[in-house]
Design a protein around this ligand. Structure first.
Ligand code: SF4
Length: 156
């Protein structure tokens, strides 16, 4: 069931009193919870009008669908297959005049926050510790394995 909110999920920003004392980015970017909420606003339109607004043809509905399945590495692969600089584009591309201007959600509310989601995935990819914390590791089955030829013999 898509999230039918007419507004984009707000993105956290630094408190004005704090940001007046540093040179960090004002916009902090989505947390996983916020990214999931925004990704679920996408209707996965079969005609993909948003893609026709992207100069590098990022497969937008496909990467957003990966986010909804919490497959963040898969989302990054899709973006990176046509865009070498997703962290930059997620911040500085004029999405409101490109992909987001073609988004069907913009006909009755705000477009899906495509740029915000792209930034979330790019930043996650660069922050491996955060990614490891989010990716659920399978529980151990306590079985041990041996690797044949994996001893300490010197290699010549
Ligand atoms: S046009 Fe908007 S709602 Fe449709 S697939 Fe693209 S981002 Fe999703």
């Amino acid at each position: 069931m898509p999230n039918m909110s007419k507004s984009k999920t707000p993105v956290p920003e630094q408190n004005p009193e704090v940001r007046a004392r540093n040179f960090e980015e004002v916009t902090l970017g989505y947390t996983e919870e916020l990214a999931l909420a925004e990704a679920s606003r996408c209707l996965n339109c079969p005609t993909k009008p948003c893609v026709s607004g992207c100069p590098v043809g990022v497969r937008i509905p496909e990467f957003i669908e990966k986010i909804t399945h919490q497959d963040y590495a898969g989302a990054y692969e899709i973006i990176h297959s046509t865009n070498a600089l997703p962290a930059v584009c997620g911040r500085v591309c004029p999405q409101e005049r490109q992909c987001e201007s073609r988004c069907v959600r913009a006909k009755n509310g705000e477009a899906v926050g495509i740029g915000r989601l792209e930034r979330f995935i790019a930043d996650l990819h660069q922050d491996k510790d955060q990614l490891d914390a989010i990716i659920k590791k399978p529980d151990s089955n306590h079985h041990k394995i041996a690797i044949v030829g994996g001893g300490n013999e010197a290699m010549n």
